[in-house]
Structure formats: structure tokens, C-alpha cells
Design a protein around this ligand. Structure first.
Ligand SMILES: Nc1nc2c(ncn2[C@@H]2O[C@H](COP(=O)(O)OP(=O)(O)O)[C@@H](O)[C@H]2O)c(=O)[nH]1
Ligand SMILES: [Mg+2]
Length: 315
């Protein structure tokens, strides 16, 4: 199997036939060995019925249906698990991504040894106010924080070396940061390619402006997890010990002062240093415990599956 095309979707019934036919045309004219994996994320518009029909017509079509809507990341994760191709290509189901790009993306992975090629919608056909401007800001922040130099993190059209998708865990809303997850997993050859983008033909967008807020929060999580996820004690333990030492210093000072230097002075509980000592020592202990509990959790983490599949075709 040369190419797995992974397509997560939510209520895109109107586009599916057209998308399928277009992909098949491209695959056949390039003589690729391929599979198309549709992941229906709890659609209510008959998308699954269409996927079933397509799989009856075309044996290369596979499908996964979730019982309810779990989000794009979970859908991609399920698709990645099922994919068998040497190269895995993700694309949106709404016909905004152009299947004609697939052969060039494939080349960049299979022949030039890249781990990831991320699409770059240089010319976008979306609303300027709700998409283009927030998206520029978002991408800038993502570049700065992650160190991955991509212009368009959120592009649905991406190509991956098959090993990459088997070795990353996409969950929450992390689908925007798959290249960052991959980089953290050691896949460093990440490049981008300008791709064609079309205006949405059917239906409406499923993501509003709230995606940028969630996106920034996820960015902080990713930065944090990649830095301290495996050794929370390095952050919390260090901060905790530091705080505790500060508190202990004040407590010692107060004790020595009261016992030996100035026994007739103010009551210890009337002095501000007392409260600093108290707070610092309590917070220090808390931080230390947070790090400790974090370490225990890291060590006992199981592979948890967050979605439940209700149907499969050919998988
Ligand atoms: N699996 C899954 N796919 C989704 C979800 N929301 C949107 N999608 C798909 O993600 C792709 C991009 O979504 P779209 O609404 O077009 O976003 P936009 O192009 O950025 O406006 C489309 O193929 C959608 O069907 C979801 O909750 N789950
Ligand atoms: Mg779209």
C-alpha cells in the first residue's frame, strides 16, 4: 500500500461523492496503490450511508464511524491507527483541499525523505475577519512557541511518513499541532508546500472563532507537556524546594531573632515575615506534592482509548 488518505468528517454528505470521484481519478491516473479511510465523527446528515455506498462501489474505500461526535483529533487518531500506507495523507472532506496535490506530496515524503509535509494555503478562500487575520496571529504564536517553522498549522492537507502517524498520540484538539507532536517524538524533517485552496462548495464551516482560543490554550499545553510532561518533578519539585527554602529562611530569622537577639520585641505573629514564611512553606510543600503526584501519574499511565467505534468497513 503506497498511500492512505485519511479523511475526518462531520456532516459533509453533499461533498463525499464528488470528493471520492476526484481522489479516485488522481489515484488511477498516477497508478497508486491506495486506500481512502473516511472517519465519520457522529454525522447526522447521512454521511455514513454515503460512505457505505462508496465502499460497496470501490473496495479501496474504508470507513470508521463514531457513535457520537468526538472531535477531529480523535477521528484522525482512529484513521492513523487503521492506515496501512507507506505515506499517509490527511485532507478535509469539504472539497476545500485539492486532491491533485496528492502526487506531489507523496513524492516529497517517499522520494525526498521528509517526515512531514504540511500544506500551506497561501491564498485562502475563507472569510478575512473570522479566519484569515486570527489565523495569521495564531500561526505566528504557534511558530514562536513550538519552534516549528510552518506558515499554516491548521491546514487539513498534510502528508506523513507512515511511521510518524503510528508514533504520535493525537487527542483533545491537538490536530492543529501534529507537526509539533511529531517533532517532540523525534521526527524532525518537517517541511511545507504551498497548496491550492478552494471556497467551500457545500455546507458551512464547523469551526468558529473559538477555535483560536482553544488553539492558544492547546499551544500552552503542548509547550508545557513537551518540556515537563515526562518529568513534572523537574519543574514543580524545583519550584517547591525553592519556595520552601525561602519560607524556612524567614522562619529561622524570626526564631533566632526572638530567642537570642531581641526577646522582648514584637510578637512573632505580629510581624510580616511570619506570614511570608508561612505562605512560602505551604506553597512550597504543595508544589512539591504536585510534582510528586505528576511523576506517579506519568509512571502509571495506561494507553487509554477515548473513542468508541460503532462500525467499520474493510478494517
Ligand atoms: N472528525 C471530525 N471532523 C470534523 C469536525 N469538525 C469539522 N470536521 C471536518 O474537518 C474539516 C475542516 O472543517 P471545516 O469546517 O471545513 O473548517 P474550515 O475549513 O477551517 O472552515 C472538514 O472535513 C470537516 O468535516 C469534527 O468535530 N470531527
Ligand atoms: Mg473547510
Amino acid at each position: 500500500m503506497q498511500i492512505s488518505i485519511v479523511i475526518p468528517l462531520l456532516n459533509e454528505q453533499e461533498s463525499l461523492n464528488e470528493l471520492h470521484d476526484w481522489i479516485v481519478r488522481v489515484m488511477q491516473s498516477n497508478h497508486f496503490l491506495y486506500e481512502i479511510i473516511f472517519i465519520d465523527d457522529g454525522s447526522t446528515d447521512g454521511s455514513w450511508e454515503t460512505i457505505q455506498e462508496l465502499s460497496q462501489k470501490n473496495e479501496h474505500v474504508k470507513g470508521i464511524q463514531f457513535l457520537k461526535n468526538y472531535g477531529k483529533s480523535q477521528a484522525l487518531h482512529a484513521g492513523f491507527k487503521a492506515a496501512q500506507g507507506d505515506v499517509v495523507i490527511t485532507m478535509d472532506a469539504d472539497l476545500q483541499d485539492n486532491p491533485e496535490e496528492i502526487p506531489a506530496l507523496y513524492e516529497l515524503i517517499a522520494n525526498e525523505g521528509n517526515h512531514i509535509v504540511s500544506g500551506w494555503k497561501k491564498k485562502r478562500y475563507d472569510s478575512v475577519i473570522t479566519k484569515n487575520i486570527p489565523s495569521k496571529l495564531f500561526n505566528w504564536a504557534a511558530r514562536r512557541t513550538s519552534g516549528v517553522k510552518l506558515h499554516d498549522f491548521n491546514c487539513g492537507l498534510k502528508a506523513f511518513d507512515g511511521h510518524v502517524v503510528k508514533n504520535i498520540d493525537v487527542h483533545g484538539e491537538m490536530h492543529r499541532y501534529i507537526p509539533v507532536l511529531a517533532k517532540n517524538a523525534g521526527f524532525s524533517k518537517i517541511t511545507e508546500k504551498v497548496v491550492q485552496h478552494q471556497a467551500r462548495k457545500y455546507g458551512t464551516t464547523k469551526f468558529g472563532v473559538e477555535r483560536f482560543i482553544n488553539g492558544f490554550l492547546d499551544l500552552i499545553t503542548i509547550w508545557f507537556v513537551s518540556k515537563f510532561g515526562r518529568q513534572p518533578m523537574h519543574l514543580f519539585g524545583a519550584l517547591g524546594v525553592l519556595m520552601f527554602i525561602v519560607g524556612l529562611g524567614f522562619a529561622l530569622y524570626l526564631g533566632i531573632d526572638k530567642l537570642f537577639l531581641n526577646p522582648t520585641g514584637r510578637l512573632i505573629t505580629e510581624r510580616p515575615q511570619f506570614f511570608i514564611a508561612l505562605t512560602a512553606m505551604i506553597i512550597g510543600t504543595q508544589l512539591f506534592l504536585a510534582g510528586f503526584i505528576g511523576e506517579i501519574m506519568v509512571r502509571s499511565r495506561k494507553n487509554d482509548t477515548r473513542y468508541s467505534i460503532s462500525n467499520k468497513i474493510n478494517i
